[in-house]
Structures are given as structure tokens and as C-alpha cells.
Design a protein around this ligand. Structure first.
Ligand SMILES: [Zn+2]
Length: 565
């Protein structure tokens, strides 16, 4: 066929499928695509044409999606990729992630960040001891990625274990959830905290049965210990190198697992991301969620959410913390936790007045609100502040975000729907943290990480791994959402299961919607960014309990291969 025949053939091919508005984009100049992918089982996540065999990419965007006839659009410079029947889905989007590559590369990791792995307390102590020997007395020795239910010893880490690592250095082992930590005696001594020190607002110094400090400290109480002593120091050049290495490392990891966009929550990494982008080492797209100096600068200078481009864009604020943690059992609930005495309902870390003031100030600056709220008491408090701010300064399509939004009830769901709140809910937890759900029990778990309830209510929930607290693998997330069954075989809150196709949406288009980027991302649609993932097996044909093991064959961002198995 000549070019004109090609063009007519192409028009007949897509003409019946595409709505009129899209045809313009489709015919922009499809004759010379940079890349054509064919023989694929394309799950487009586009309701207008849910399945396709082939697509064409030009200048980093999809320019045609349809049948294998798209092959005929190939020009001299067009590259072709025969997908050999493999499944292709839009690039996965993680709507809540702390992505600390620097920590992964350079710090002491006492647990496995990426998957379920049981470790011994002895191995943790040995790693801390080795680190202590490299540091002068009085300097902090820190361990990361502890998971209290992934210990072979089947008992919690305690102050006595950590005293075995060193008595000359303060020691902190941070739970991967980030809301609790375990300290040695030296750390408590340096901070002047004893068993008689009262708990501060929003946190606790936990005690053993005899009333002595057991080493565990929760939420807002951690700061009183962390502020004493000195930390390993680095020159500005060393610090910069660590940050740059960290960004490059985590970016490689993300695309290896199929993530093409990540909503980042870590502080002070924007500069390193921009630098690595210039150097060609930023492989995934970033929605940067800000706080601290950057948020203040934005409010002062009038920079709003949305500033940036399709690689790095300023998103919502980073999670403004209203309560504690799900995995560490400190979230603020209306009912007490099972088996804890005296009765404990979790930690609220922000008063209603302070939260109201923060939300008003941020929303007034036209920066998208984002609060961390797990328990239903914290979600209620957050919605109250959102309702107030949006009423004071009405704006179109604000989509205030709630990070986690874990435990809900009917009334909260109605209020969320009325404000079009976009939740970023734990994605891998139902698989990874199934060993913790007995702390809540089945009745509470029926209202926890409630994807089914949200979708049925017309809310658009996105997947938020919260990495480090949760592993970020999107296929683990999809398996968790579809099965609600964990690594230990336990199923909790099966009423919240969603279908495979719904789970794929949650991990793609819903993530785009969460950052108001659905016009550019989240589906394989003409005009959108050419971000996609090639999977070795069709997710529909593997057993649900094996979804997480399906191989990622290739991850493509903007038409460029970012990862290849
Ligand atoms: Zn988080």
C-alpha cells in the first residue's frame, strides 16, 4: 500500500472506534511513527476501546491504537516490536511513596524492603554492632526497615537486645512503618527519658509488664530522643553524591517493577531528581509532593500545584500527618485495639484547630491538600478541615487527597464523595501485612483498605504503596486487591476484594486521576504519554495467587525502554 492507502486504511480502522474529539490527535501525523508494537494483548484501560492488538508511538505519545493493521503505518525510520502475544498494560502509577534510594544504598537495613522475608533479632543486633564499630561514641547507630511481625524470634525487639549492640552509642531501629522506633538504654539516658516521664501529646514511651521502658516509642514521642546526640556527618560533596546515587538507584528499581510514575513524598530530593534528569538517569516520572521549605516557598511566591512538566511536576502536598500508623497499630480509631491494656485507641497527632489552619492556608494558595489519615477518627478530622477550607475558598476540581484513608464508615464515604476526595490507599498491605490484621480483627478489617466500598460509592481510589512502609511492586498490589490474601495464607476483609480489571485501573488510570494527570497518563489512548509495561503472562490467565510472580518483560516510558528483563 502507498501512504495515502495506508492513511485511508488507518482511518477506517480507527474511525468506528474513536470518538470524534480523539480523531484529531490520531491523524496528527501517524504515517511515520517512531515505534509500532503489534501482536500484543493490549489492555488499554480506556473504556472506549478496552482491548487492542497494536499501537504506534511518535514523539513519546501514542498516535494510534487498534488492530495489527497499524503495522502498515510503518515508515523507513519506524522501529517495530513484535509482542508475541504478551499482555501490555499502561505504566503503573504509585500514588504514595517515600522512595528513599539513599537509605537503601547507604544505611543499615535490618529487613527486606521489597518482599516478605523473616529475619532474626541476632542478625539485627550483629548489623548494628558492626556499624557502631565504625562510629565515634555518642553518634547515632540507626537501622531501617524493621518489621515487627517478620521476626523469626516471634517476639518484639526490645531495649535489652539493642544494649547488646552498643552501650556507648544511642541506637534507633526504625519500624518500616515510620511511626514507631526501638531505642537502647543510652538513647533514653541521653534524652533524659525515664519510665516516669509522661507521654507527650500524640505519642508514647512504651513499658514492659514491670513498668520499665521496653524500648518502643511511638509517633510524636520519638522526636524527644532523636533530637539528642550527633549523627554521622558528610561533606556537601558526599551528601550530594549520596542523594544523586539514591535517585538513580530507586528510579532503576521502580521501572524494574513496572512503575512509570511515582508520587514522591521524601523531603529535599527535588534538586537531585532534576540533576539526574539532566544526566539521563531519571527513568520514571515524578509527581513531587512537597512540604517544609519548598511548600513555604510556593505559598510565598505563588507557585501552585501543577507547576512543572510531564517528567517532574509539583503535585499535592506531602502527607500532612493527622494520626498514627496501621501497620504499627497507632492509628486513631473510635474503638480500642484488641488485646491492649489499658485500653488504647491510637494517636491523633494534630488538633482540629491546627489542622483547620494548615488546610486553609495551603488550599488558599491553590496547592492541593493531602493529609495522612488512617483511623476513622483521623479521617473525620481531616474531612472536617477540608470541608471548611473548600467552603471558605471555593475552587473548581480541587480533588483533595487523603493518604491511606484506611478505616472508613458509610458516613465518611458520603462526605468523601461530596468533596471528590481522592484516596491513595495501601496497595500491597493485604498481602504483605496480613500477619498484623489479627490486631484489628475481621469486623474492623471489613472496613479497612476498602477498595470495594470506595469504587461502589463512585470514589476513585488509587494505589499508594507508602514505600518504605509497604513494598511497592504493583503486581503484588494487584494480587493483594484481588485476593485480600496474605503471604501467610490468611484472608481478611474479603468483602473488599475487587476484580482484576478494577485492580489494574486502580494501579494505572486512578493514579493519574489522583494527581489530576488523567489527560496525559493512565491508559493506552491516542494522545497520551507512551508509558506501558509488557508482561510475560496475561494476568487473566494466571492463578490470582501467582499474579505477583508474573515477569515484567519491559517497561517503556515516553516510548523509550526504561527497563528490559
Ligand atoms: Zn507515607
Amino acid at each position: 500500500m502507498n501512504k495515502e492507502q495506508n492513511r485511508r486504511r488507518f482511518m477506517s480502522l480507527v474511525g468506528g472506534t474513536f470518538a470524534g474529539g480523539w480523531a484529531g490527535a490520531a491523524f496528527a501525523d501517524p504515517q511515520e511513527p517512531d515505534l509500532i508494537v503489534y501482536n500484543a494483548k493490549v489492555q488499554t484501560v480506556d473504556n472506549v476501546m478496552p482491548k487492542a492488538q497494536a499501537f504506534a508511538v511518535r514523539s513519546g505519545r501514542f498516535v494510534a491504537v487498534g488492530s495489527n493493521d497499524i503495522k502498515n503505518l510503518a515508515g523507513k525510520k519506524t522501529q517495530s516490536y513484535d509482542a508475541k502475544g504478551m499482555m501490555i498494560v499502561p505504566g503503573f502509577i504509585d500514588a504514595h511513596n517515600h522512595g528513599g534510594g539513599e537509605e537503601l544504598l547507604y544505611d543499615v537495613l535490618v529487613g527486606n524492603p521489597y518482599d516478605v522475608e523473616l529475619v532474626s533479632i541476632d542478625s539485627i543486633v550483629a548489623k548494628l554492632k558492626a556499624k557502631a564499630q565504625t562510629l565515634p561514641p555518642g553518634t547515632w547507630v540507626e537501622g531501617f526497615f524493621l518489621d515487627d511481625t517478620k521476626l523469626k524470634d516471634k517476639r518484639p525487639l526490645n531495649i535489652h537486645d539493642l544494649d547488646k549492640a552498643t552501650t556507648d552509642h544511642p541506637v534507633m531501629v526504625l519500624h518500616r512503618g515510620g511511626h514507631t522506633a526501638f531505642f537502647n538504654s543510652k538513647a533514653f539516658q541521653m534524652a533524659g527519658v525515664t519510665q516516669n516521664t509522661p507521654n507527650p501529646y500524640g505519642g508514647t514511651y512504651d513499658k514492659d509488664a514491670a513498668g520499665a521502658l521496653n524500648g518502643r516509642v511511638t509517633d510524636k514521642a520519638m522526636a524527644s530522643l532523636q533530637k539528642v546526640g550527633s549523627r554521622e556527618s558528610f561533606t556537601p560533596a558526599q551528601k550530594q553524591k549520596r542523594q544523586l546515587d539514591g535517585v538513580a538507584f530507586i528510579s532503576k528499581k521502580f521501572v524494574q517493577y513496572g512503575l512509570t510514575t511515582v508520587h514522591h513524598n521524601e523531603v529535599g530530593v527535588l534538586e537531585a531528581m532534576q540533576e539526574q534528569r539532566l544526566r539521563g538517569n531519571l527513568l520514571h516520572r515524578v509527581s513531587y509532593e512537597m512540604n517544609g521549605d519548598l511548600l513555604e516557598a510556593m505559598i510565598k511566591t505563588g507557585i501552585e500545584t501543577g507547576f512543572g512538566d510531564e517528567w517532574i511536576r509539583l503535585g499535592a502536598t506531602s502527607e500532612h500527618t493527622v494520626d498514627g500508623s496501621l501497620s504499627e497499630r497507632t492509628m486513631a480509631m473510635s474503638r480500642p485495639y484488641i488485646g491492649i491494656s489499658p485500653p488504647y485507641k491510637g494517636n491523633l497527632t494534630e488538633t482540629q484547630d491546627d489542622l483547620n489552619a494548615w488546610c486553609e492556608r495551603v488550599h488558599r494558595a491553590n496547592i492541593r491538600l493531602n493529609c495522612h489519615a488512617n483511623g476513622e477518627v483521623a479521617i473525620d478530622r481531616t474531612l472536617t478541615a477540608y470541608e471548611r477550607a473548600l467552603k471558605l475558598y471555593p475552587r473548581a476540581d480541587t480533588r483533595p487527597k487523603i493518604t491511606h484513608c484506611s478505616m472508613i464508615n458509610d458516613q465518611l464515604v458520603r462526605r468523601m464523595k461530596a468533596l471528590n476526595v481522592v484516596p491513595a490507599m495501601f496497595s500491597t498491605y493485604p498481602y504483605y501485612n496480613s500477619d498484623k490484621f489479627h490486631f484489628y480483627g475481621e469486623e474492623m478489617m471489613r472496613h479497612m483498605i476498602a477498595f470495594r466500598t470506595m469504587i461502589d460509592a463512585g470514589i476513585v481510589p488509587a494505589a499508594g504503596s507508602d514505600f518504605g512502609p509497604g513494598p511497592f511492586a504493583p503486581l503484588m498490589a494487584i494480587q493483594a486487591m484481588v485476593t485480600r490474601t496474605g503471604w501467610n495464607g490468611e484472608t481478611w476483609g474479603a468483602n473488599q476484594k475487587i476484580t482484576l480489571d478494577e485492580a489494574i485501573k486502580v494501579n494505572t488510570i486512578n493514579g493519574a486521576y489522583n494527581a489530576r494527570e488523567e489527560k496525559d497518563k493512565g491508559s493506552i489512548t491516542v494522545g497520551k504519554l507512551a508509558d506501558y509495561v509488557v508482561l510475560a503472562d496475561d494476568l487473566h490467565s494466571v492463578a490470582p495467587a501467582k499474579i505477583k510472580d508474573v515477569k515484567i518483560v519491559r517497561t517503556v516510558v515516553g516510548g523509550r525502554t526504561a527497563y528490559q528483563a
